[in-house]
Design a protein around this ligand. Structure first.
Ligand SMILES: *Cc1c(COP(=O)(O)O)cnc(C)c1O
Length: 441
């Protein structure tokens, strides 16, 4: 069958398999890929995309998959969402690039105004734009160092902050992110995370010790934390941990950086995950959900911190690309117009009730918030990680037309990040398939 040439919400919202998976056209492209793309770049799913929108991704053979991944929490408003496409296309027709460092444009300023208004805290703020989550995290550290005059950066076990030199050092997991790529950037220190399923408590005391005794508070620029850890396995910190971290930072003049690259933009049932426990970070990084798939990232922070960097110290050729900025304005409109914050909560409740009802012996924990839900799989009767069960569930789903992602330091977490515009019938059909996948283990 012929492939659709346009995506967006107009795509037939149905799961449909018309070939084996992967189909002949995907296999043909995989062979070309193997000869042209290096082995270090891998894809979790074997099918090449042709179109996507609403709650489905259609491959080059005409198979239509239910999407529980959103390209890793990026297409929160759906793929090719009309407001995103219309604004980006209109912008592309006017100009594709000037470089904001040469000729500024209104769309960049409008995105910064929106982020200053929408992020937690009512203090004066400024925003600077970048291309990727890692670049935003790197720049948040630059701001924190410049504003405090201190070198050290504190991060957590299970953290993921990116793959550039500094953010690799900040990321916890060696394989695949860091293996063979050292030496790493200095002055990065790691504290234990309050991971209720796996940790015993005492993490705040350990953080205090690390800062006061091992590094010396006067040397610490910032603590960087994901309010819900993403790649680390959707670890929701124990209640009270994040407010405790915020207090500890404030008492020592250490800046608190919330890395909301994965949690931001309605994903967790709040516009930002920090809001759940009422913490107000000094700096916040955003990216994935920000521009509906166009590359855009941001650092938003207290005006006095953001203005501490010398003129010309921050920037990049493509940072804040005009089409990406236009897309971000379309994302923000879509979240408001379709009430996607509320929708994330409904989706979360639906996932949670179905997943907790499974009572399968490999399920160690169901956790997450809003449209960011995970199940951690273990060997029955233990807390020993069970990555083989995760791989089996993903394979079962993939062969039947459901896209599911893994995560976790131990590779033993299934994570669900559906586009928040997914229709209920696809949500339920996907959950039925998941339930079958567990039954088949
Ligand atoms: C994905 C991610 C990053 C890195 O973003 P890239 O755009 O891939 O560089 C940083 N922090 C968190 C929390 C992420 O989930």
């Amino acid at each position: 069958m012929s492939s659709p040439t346009t995506g967006g919400p107009g795509l037939d919202q149905a799961r449909r398999l018309v070939t084996e998976i992967p189909g002949p056209r995907s296999r043909e492209l995989a062979a070309r890929r193997a000869a042209a793309v290096p082995a270090g770049v891998v894809s979790g799913q074997p099918v090449f995309a042709a179109a996507a929108g609403g709650g489905v991704l259609v491959d080059v053979d005409g198979n239509s998959f239910i999407d529980f991944g959103s390209g890793i929490a990026v297409t929160t408003v759906g793929n090719s969402a009309p407001r995103v496409v219309d604004r980006a296309v209109d912008q592309l027709h006017r100009f594709t690039h000037t470089c904001f460092l040469i000729n500024p444009y209104e769309e960049y300023v409008a995105v910064c105004e929106a982020l200053n208004r929408l992020t937690p805290g009512d203090h004066p703020k400024r925003t600077a734009l970048f291309n990727s989550g890692a670049e935003a995290v790197e720049n948040a550290v630059k701001y924190a160092r410049a504003a405090t005059g201190r070198p050290a950066v504190v991060v957590f076990d299970h953290a993921y902050h990116g793959r550039t030199l500094l953010t690799m050092a900040m990321t916890a997991k060696n394989t695949p992110y860091k293996k063979d790529f050292g030496p790493f950037a200095p002055e990065v220190y790691r504290a234990p995370m309050a991971y209720p399923y796996r940790s015993a408590g005492g993490e705040l005391a350990a953080l205090r010790d690390l800062i006061d005794v091992q590094i010396g508070a006067e040397n610490v620029a910032c603590v960087v934390v994901e309010p819900i850890q993403g790649e680390g396995g959707f670890v929701v910190p124990a209640p009270g941990f994040l407010p405790g971290v915020a207090d500890l930072c404030r008492e020592r003049g250490v800046l608190l950086v919330a890395d909301e690259v994965q949690t931001g933009f309605a994903r967790t049932g709040d516009l930002f995950a920090c809001e759940h426990e009422g913490i107000v970070p000094d700096l916040i990084t955003t990216a994935k959900g920000l521009a509906g798939g166009l590359p855009l990232a941001a650092v938003t922070g207290r005006a006095e911190i953001m203005d501490a960097v010398h003129a010309g110290g921050i920037g990049g050729t493509y940072s804040g690309n005009p089409a990406a900025c236009a897309a971000a304005l379309g994302v923000i409109e879509t979240i408001e117009a379709q009430n996607l914050v509320e929708r994330a909560r409904t989706i979360g409740a639906r996932f949670r009730s179905r997943l907790t009802a499974l009572h399968h012996p490999v399920i160690g924990e169901v956790r997450g918030r809003g449209g960011m839900i995970a199940v951690e799989l273990v060997e029955p009767g233990t807390t020993t990680p069970n990555p083989a069960a995760v791989a089996a569930v993903i394979r079962y789903c993939q062969e039947r037309g459901l896209l599911v992602l893994s995560a976790g330091t131990y590779g033993n977490v299934l994570r669900f990040l559906p586009p928040l515009v997914i229709p209920d019938h696809l949500l339920d059909e996907g959950l039925d398939l998941l339930s079958d996948a567990f039954a088949a283990l």
